[in-house]
Design a binder for this molecule. Structure first.
Ligand code: PMP
Length: 408
């Protein structure tokens, strides 16, 4: 599907949940940054796997086992295509971005020593802060934080000045879930590499909304969650550049990740199996593969254009409501609108909108350090997916105006 043929009506019809109502109103689901709804074909692919091909992978000689293994490995190839990885073996299945970041912090952390530095940014999700913090405390590594400008961009000059011979890892979000800012990962990665640092990218908010090319970006590691890319919960993946992945020590251990076990010495399989201990979420991987095929057929560029158009429409209309203030006004933005309304607490706003069928999120969006930097505890956030419509933007704006009038 191209921008010309992008038909939101046809797309919506593929999502059974979008037919439901909330409190008697048609549901306007504006929380896809938290989790995306699932098209019927993803639900069916998962069910069909259980109904026709369920077996444990890798371990059996019988046909069902081979079918299950093929389905799982096929999904790996689809993830590789979605990220434009050079080879499916550069893709590791995990539970989601959070698990990927814990794995990377743990395993990359083993190569760090006291005095080394990890660079994060002020706009990171807690999932890209806390795992590094735990490693840093254990090893004596210093975490340094790239500042964010008033309009919600990374201060790249400060970043360049912070890079140095002690910088070992730069871990940055591609798209901020709180501000919507799209970070210049290509530039960030280039500078990090020339300082000799490894580049980790949190792609949780980019993989569902932008065309991602890990090779063009120059990322060493790139993580995302299946449930935000219209796939099932409990499955996600990360890309690891082959040579680095081969060197990386394991995270969890047990069955399936070993070459040979004895009580004296255990040897491990090559990547990606070395990082997939135990029985994985096979049906989840199959569902994720289906979701990514759905995205490819719909067209990532068309999806991006649609979501950005809705976000810009929402900003334009909300800007007219007295007391609305936006957070994240940088030119490069995705389909996320974070805002406050003077005199209305974000949680009250979300409750009032819910009563009118509009589902948005209010809170710190797992970015407490960012809001501390802006001096506020919370915002309201509307986030758009490929199935959202102009009417849903209208419902949002009407609800916000109503709430503002109620409180003033
Ligand atoms: N990073 C970002 C930027 C996110 O938006 C999220 C989800 N809100 C995560 C990481 C964590 O993803 P998950 O909960 O799926 O592991």
């Amino acid at each position: 599907m191209t921008t010309e043929t992008f038909d939101v009506g046809i797309l919506r019809a593929q999502f059974p949940i979008l037919d439901r109502t909330l409190h008697g109103y048609p549901m306007a689901y504006l929380d896809s940054a938290a989790t995306a709804q699932k098209p019927r074909r993803v639900i069916e692919a998962t069910r069909a796997f259980y109904e026709t091909s369920n077996a444990n992978i890798n371990r059996g000689a019988y046909k069902l086992c081979q079918e299950a293994t093929e389905a799982y490995e096929g999904a790996r190839a689809t993830v590789a295509a979605h990220l434009n990885a050079a080879h499916p073996n550069e893709i590791v299945f995990v539970r989601g971005t959070t698990e990927a970041m814990n794995l990377l912090a743990h395993s990359l952390g083993q190569g760090l020593g006291p005095g080394d530095e990890i660079l994060l940014t002020h706009m990171e999700h807690h999932a890209n802060i806390v795992p590094w913090q735990l490693v840093a405390e254990r090893i004596g590594v210093t975490i340094r934080v790239v500042p964010v400008t008033e309009d919600g961009r990374l201060n790249l000059e400060a970043y360049r000045n912070m890079l140095g011979p002690r910088t070992r890892i730069v871990s940055v979000t591609h798209v901020s879930n709180a501000l919507g800012t799209v970070n210049p990962v290509c530039e960030i990665a280039r500078d990090a590499r020339s300082a000799g640092a490894i580049v980790v990218v949190d792609g949780a908010q980019a993989a569902p909304h932008l065309k991602v090319d890990v090779q063009a970006l120059g990322a060493d590691f790139y993580a995302f969650s299946g449930h935000k890319t219209y796939g099932p919960t409990g499955i996600g993946a990360f890309y690891g550049q082959r040579a680095l992945l081969e060197e990386l020590p394991p995270y969890q251990s047990g069955g399936d990740m070993i070459a040979r076990v004895s009580f004296e010495k255990t040897t491990f399989k090559a990547a990606p199996q070395r990082f997939e201990a135990g029985t994985p979420n096979i049906a989840g991987a199959v569902g994720l593969g289906e979701a990514l095929r759905f995205l490819a057929e719909t067209g990532m560029d068309a999806i991006s254009a649609h979501e950005c158009e809705l976000a810009e429409l929402a900003r334009k209309k909300l800007a007219v409501v007295p007391g609305v203030r936006f957070y994240g006004t940088a030119p490069e933005r995705a389909g996320i609108v974070s805002f406050t309304v003077q005199g209305v607490h974000p949680h009250d706003l979300a409750t009032i909108l819910d009563r009118r069928g509009v589902a948005i999120r209010a809170g710190h969006h797992c970015c407490q350090p960012l809001w501390e930097r802006f001096g506020i505890p919370a915002t309201a956030r509307a986030s758009f997916g490929l199935y959202n419509t102009h009417q849903e933007v209208e419902a949002l704006v009407e609800g916000v105006s109503y709430a503002r009038e109620l409180f003033t």
